[in-house]
Design a protein around this ligand. Structure first.
Ligand code: PLP
Length: 366
């Protein structure tokens, strides 16, 4: 069986690269005595989560309740919903989930925490929560000056059990310079650890000190006081991680197989992977780090210069030759976004398809 049997566009996952990425991250965490709770946002499959669990992950991180429900139904019983849960519809779903599996979530607002507590009390459960801190990304999270009153308020709520503090140090994606990135990552994790100590000094029970972001993970994992890490992207890596210098392209496990469907002229061609498959992402948080829409594997003479929904526009150098029907592989800019666009990924070993995985938790937007 060859890849000719796989119709395009198709997501390919390189089995041995995937295994290596999972193994190396598990080893890094073990060496430093940190618990690993990977974020499934990157792969959204059950098979990869099982491999992560088999290699020592203590549980999983998700962003959406729908993702937590998919994983709970598949037997994953320790889930952190690392996203503020707001509104009665979601509170009811979270309470139902908390009756079935060990689930925890994050809070950054006293009013939302009170509603969370009331919903849990009504359902007869007590929910573990982490305080989500804003240490520089300015997305979600409580600001430094307001952490202590929020922590005291959460600790007093009957439906919640304050367990710790967490951050997502995602601003490191905006730092292409490795020394700068290391400094930003370390500063944010040090703020996290210092906050944990301050809260403990006030008698609050802070056992979990959790951070997570692939580009700076190796830079911060040795910081004393950190207990848990939640990297996501590391299972696949992608063109963004390569552009940041986090890994070489050879570590990337996910690619998109695509077919040339038209030769528009001497300097351009069209492939069947467009924005619907590859997404328009050119760098995390809208930073536009990347000039193109993916890298063509092994073809420096061809650039993926723009995308419309079903068409990828290739810009060819003068020497490039490319015919209709030829197949190319694209290293996507942002693996997590691509995975959410399709139903299945083809598992490849030694350039041969050896299986297919459902992207079981794709499209879970609530
Ligand atoms: N934790 C949270 C809350 C996140 O939002 C993310 C990514 O968006 C992660 C962890 C994992 O980050 P990365 O994919 O950079 O490893």
């Amino acid at each position: 069986v060859s890849l000719d049997s796989v119709d395009t566009p198709a997501l390919l996952v390189d089995d041995s690269r995937l295994d290596r990425n999972i193994r190396l991250m598990a080893q890094l965490c073990q060496q430093h005595g940190r618990k690993l709770r990977p974020h499934i946002k990157t792969h959204k499959t059950l098979e990869i989560a099982r491999r992560q669990r088999d290699s020592g992950a203590v549980g999983l991180t998700v962003a959406k309740l729908g993702e937590a429900e998919v994983y709970a139904a598949a037997g994953f019983d320790d889930l952190l919903v690392c996203y503020p849960i707001v509104g009665p519809l979601k509170l009811a779903r979270l309470a139902a989930l908390a009756r079935r599996v060990t689930v925890s979530t994050v809070v950054d607002d006293a009013g939302a925490a009170r509603e969370l507590s009331a919903a849990m009390t009504a359902a007869g459960v007590r929910l573990d929560v982490l305080l989500k801190l804003d240490v520089g990304m300015h997305r979600v999270g409580v600001a430094a000056g307001e952490v202590e009153p929020l922590a005291a308020a959460v600790a007093a709520l009957p439906g919640l059990r304050l367990r710790g503090v967490c951050i997502h140090e995602g601003s490191v994606y905006g730092e292409p310079d490795p020394a700068r990135r290391r400094a930003v990552g370390r500063d944010q994790v040090q703020q996290l650890v210092a906050t944990a100590e301050r809260l403990r000094d006030r008698g609050l029970p802070i056992d979990v000190v959790s951070c997570g972001s692939t580009p700076s993970l190796a830079d911060v994992i040795d910081i004393d006081g950190l207990t848990e890490v939640r990297p996501g992207n590391y299972v696949f890596y992608d063109a963004m991680q390569v552009a940041l210098g986090v890994v070489e392209a050879e570590r990337c496990a996910l690619s998109v197989l695509t077919t040339v469907v038209s030769r528009g002229g001497a300097d351009h061609a069209i492939v069947d992977a467009g924005a619907k498959t590859l997404s328009l992402d050119r760098g995390a948080h809208g930073l536009g780090l990347l000039a193109d829409y993916g890298r063509i594997v092994g073809r420096d003479d061809v650039k993926l210069a723009s995308l419309s929904e079903e068409h990828g526009w290739l810009k060819l150098s003068k020497e490039a030759s490319l015919s209709v029907g030829e197949r190319l592989r694209v290293l996507p800019n942002h693996a997590c976004a691509v995975v959410n666009n399709v139903d299945k990924m083809t598992v490849v070993r030694d350039s041969e398809p050896v299986g297919e995985w459902d992207i079981a938790a794709r499209g879970q937007v609530t």
